[in-house]
Design a protein around this ligand. Structure first.
Ligand code: ATP
Ligand code: MG
Length: 592
C-alpha cells in the first residue's frame, strides 16, 4: 500500500459529504459568472442604450446572487470542516491504536517527541489539506474553466490569447513542486527534532537542574531552534521566488486583455460592455494563477506529512499474537483464560544488534514456586523476564508457559496472567487508587486496599493528603523511590496473576519493610509462580530455585544453602553483604 492509498481509505468514509461540498462549490463557481455578465448588460443596455427600467431588476439579481453565494459558501465550508475533522479523528485513532500494538523494539528506536509530532503537527497539515486545499483547487480550476468559456462566447480569439499563460504556469508549478518537497521534508525533520528535544528536556528537567546544566541545555535548544528557523526560511525562500512568477503571469492576462481587447473594441469586433464583462471574468482567471504557488506548498506539505505518518504506522511489530489464537470478543479485552504458572526456558538465547544479551538459558519452574534471580548489573536478568512476557521474542530456543511456547499463546492472555512490577517504575497521572487498580479497573476499593496492605503501602497512602484519592504525577512526583515501588507492587499483586515478576521491586525499601513484604508474598494464592530479581541476598534466600547470572548466562543455580556450599559467585555476594558464611553450610561443600 502506498501512503496516498492509505490516506484515501480515511477520506472514503466522508466521500458523500465532500461530493456534496464540491457540488455546492460548483454552484458557487457557476454563480460567479453571473455578476460580470450583469455588469456587461448594465454597460451595454442601461448606460449606453439608456434602458433604465432594467436597473432595479439587475440590482435585485446581483443582491440575490450575493446572498445565495454567502449561504452556499457557509454550507460547503461546514461540510469540508466536518469532513476534515472526521478524517483527522479516524486517522489519529488508527495511528494511536497501532502505536499501542507496537513492541519494545519500536519504542526503543523512536523518540517520544518524534511520535508526538506525527500525532500533532503532521496531522494538522492533513486537516488543512482536507478542509481548505481540496475545495480551493477545485473551485479555482472550475472558475478558470468557466471564465474561459464565457470569454470564448464573447470572443474566441480573445479567449485563445488568454490561454497563452497556461504553459508557463504549468512549467512553474512543476518546477516549484520539485524544489519544495525536499525543503518540506527537511522542515518536518527539524520540527520533529525540536519537539523531541523539548519533550526530553521537560521530562528530564530534574536531571538538568541537579547538574545545573540549564545554560548548556539552552545552548542545545538554541541549536535546534536555529536549525528549525533556518529550515523554515530556506523552505520559504524556495517558494517565495516563485511568487513573483505567478504574479507576473496573472498580470500578463490583464495586459493581454487591455491591449488586445482594447484593440478589438476600437476595431468594433466587440462592444465596450463585452470588454467590461471579460474584465469581470479576469479575476477568475487570475485567482488560480496567483494561488498556484500556495497550493503547491500546501500539497507538498500534506504529502510529506502523510508519508511521515504512514512510515510510522506501517512499521509492523515483530511481537504479535499468533493468527490462530482466538480473537477476543471485545477489543483489548484482557480478561480471558487463566494459565497455570508453569514456566520453562529451553536453550533460550536472545541477540540484539549482533550481540548476545542472554545465551543458553535453560530452567524449569513448577507452578507456585519462587525463583530468585541475582547477578551483576547488565547480566540479563530483566531481559529474561522480558522474554517471558514476550516484550521480545527469543532468537533461538523456547520459552514455555503452561507447556506452550509463549509465541503460540494469545499475547494479551499471556500478559494478563503476568503481574509485573518493573524495575523502572512508571505511575500514571492519576489517583493512587487508579494507579493500583490499573490492571483491574473494575475491582472494589477493598481489593485495592488489600493489595496495598500486602505491599505495605496502605500506611503511607493513608498519611497522604487525600489518601487513595491523591493524584500522583506522571512519574509519581511527591513519592519516594520506595513508595513508588510499593504502589507498583500493589498494582502487580491486584492483578491476581499466575506469574508474578518483581524486578528490583524492594531495592528501595528498608529491610524491615522488605521482610514484611516477603511474609505477605508467601500468603498469595497457591499456584502463583514468583520471580524475584534482586541484589540483596535477603530478598531471594527463601526461593525454591536461585539463578545466578553473569554475562547473559546462568553461572550457578540451586537453593540458598546449595549455592553457599558451592562457594562461588553467590557465596561471594553473601560474604559481601553478611560477612562470613556459617561453618555448617560450608561443610556441605566439603562433603560434596
Ligand atoms: P540490572 O541489574 O542493571 O537491571 P539486568 O541484569 O537486568 O541489569 P538487562 O536489562 O537484562 O540487565 O540487560 C542486559 C544487557 O542487555 C545490557 O547490557 C543492556 O544494555 C542490553 N540490552 C537489553 N535489552 C536490549 C535491547 N533490546 N537491545 C540492545 N541491548 C539490550
Ligand atoms: Mg534489570
Amino acid at each position: 500500500m502506498t501512503p496516498m492509498k492509505w490516506f484515501y481509505g480515511f477520506l472514503k468514509k466522508y466521500r458523500k459529504l465532500m461530493i456534496c461540498g464540491l457540488f455546492l462549490t460548483t454552484i458557487i463557481a457557476a454563480l460567479s459568472i453571473v455578476n460580470p455578465y450583469i455588469s456587461g448588460i448594465m454597460v451595454d443596455d442601461v448606460i449606453v442604450a439608456g434602458n433604465y427600467d432594467l436597473l432595479p431588476k439587475l440590482i435585485a439579481c446581483l443582491v440575490a446572487i450575493t446572498l445565495l453565494t454567502c449561504v452556499l459558501r457557509f454550507l460547503y465550508l461546514l461540510m469540508f470542516e466536518t469532513a476534515s475533522q472526521g478524517v483527522l479523528y479516524d486517522m489519529r485513532s488508527t495511528v494511536y491504536k497501532k502505536l499501542l500494538e507496537e513492541d519494545f523494539n519500536f519504542y526503543s528506536k523512536k523518540r517520544t517527541g518524534d511520535l508526538m509530532s506525527r500525532q500533532t503537527g503532521d496531522m494538522d497539515a492533513i486537516r488543512h489539506f482536507v478542509a481548505g486545499i481540496i475545495y480551493s483547487v477545485y473551485q479555482n480550476v472550475l472558475l478558470f474553466a468557466f471564465a474561459l468559456v464565457m470569454i470564448f462566447t464573447v470572443s474566441p480569439k480573445l479567449a485563445l490569447c488568454m490561454l497563452v499563460v497556461l504553459p508557463f504556469t504549468a512549467i512553474s508549478t512543476f518546477k516549484q513542486s520539485k524544489e519544495v518537497k525536499p525543503a518540506f521534508q527537511r522542515n518536518r525533520n527539524c520540527f520533529s527534532s525540536l519537539n523531541a528535544f523539548v519533550q526530553e528536556n521537560i521530562s528530564g528537567n530534574r536531571v538538568v537542574k541537579a547538574f545545573a546544566k540549564e545554560e548548556f541545555e539552552k545552548g542545545k535548544f538554541q541549536v535546534e531552534n536555529d536549525r528549525f528557523r533556518d529550515a523554515q526560511i530556506k523552505g520559504s525562500r524556495v517558494w517565495m521566488k516563485y511568487v513573483p512568477v505567478f504574479e507576473i503571469l496573472a498580470y500578463a492576462l490583464t495586459v493581454v486583455l487591455m491591449l488586445y481587447g482594447g484593440y478589438m473594441v476600437i476595431q468594433g469586433e466587440v462592444t465596450l460592455g463585452d470588454l467590461v464583462k471579460v474584465n469581470g471574468y479576469l479575476w477568475m482567471l487570475n485567482s488560480p494563477l496567483r494561488m498556484a504557488g500556495w497550493w503547491v506548498n500546501d500539497i507538498q506539505n500534506f504529502i510529506t506529512s502523510v508519508e511521515k505518518i504512514y512510515a510510522t504506522y506501517s512499521e509492523e511489530p515483530k511481537v504479535r499474537t499468533p493468527r490462530f489464537a482466538p480473537k477476543p470478543e471485545k477489543e483489548f479485552d484482557y480478561s480471558r483464560e487463566k494459565l497455570r504458572g508453569e514456566v520453562e526456558f529451553k536453550d533460550v538465547s536472545y541477540r540484539a544488534d549482533d550481540e548476545d544479551i542472554v545465551k543458553d538459558i535453560s530452567f524449569k519452574v513448577a507452578a507456585g514456586q519462587t525463583v530468585g534471580i541475582i547477578g551483576s548489573t547488565g547480566s540479563g536478568k530483566s531481559t529474561l523476564m522480558n522474554l517471558l512476557c514476550r516484550f521480545y521474542d527469543a532468537t533461538t530456543g523456547q520459552v514455555l508457559v503452561n507447556g506452550t511456547d509463549v509465541r503460540d499463546l494469545d499475547l494479551y492472555n499471556l500478559r494478563d496472567n503476568i503481574g509485573m512490577a518493573m524495575q523502572d517504575v512508571f505511575l500514571f497521572s492519576d489517583t493512587v487508587e487508579g494507579n493500583i487498580a490499573y490492571g483491574r479497573p473494575d475491582c472494589s476499593f477493598d481489593e485495592v486496599k488489600k493489595a496495598a496492605i500486602m505491599a505495605d503501602a496502605n500506611h503511607f497512602i493513608n498519611a497522604m493528603p487525600d489518601g487513595y484519592d491523591t493524584i500522583v504525577g506522571e512519574r509519581g512526583m511527591g513519592l519516594s523511590g520506595g513508595q513508588k515501588q510499593r504502589i507498583s507492587l500493589a498494582r502487580a499483586l491486584l492483578k491476581d496473576p499466575s506469574i508474578l515478576i518483581l524486578d528490583d521491586t524492594t531495592s528501595a525499601v528498608d529491610m524491615e519493610t522488605e521482610s514484611y513484604i516477603q511474609k505477605q508474598l508467601k500468603s498469595i494464592k497457591e499456584g502463583c509462580t514468583v520471580f524475584i530479581i534482586a541484589y540483596r541476598i535477603s530478598s531471594i534466600k527463601d526461593a525454591d530455585l536461585i539463578l545466578v547470572m553473569d554475562g547473559g548466562r546462568i553461572i550457578e543455580r540451586g537453593t540458598h544453602s546449595e549455592l553457599l556450599a558451592k562457594d562461588g559467585y553467590y557465596a561471594k555476594a553473601f560474604r559481601n553483604q553478611y560477612g562470613e558464611i556459617p561453618e555448617e553450610l560450608l561443610q556441605k561443600k566439603n562433603i560434596a
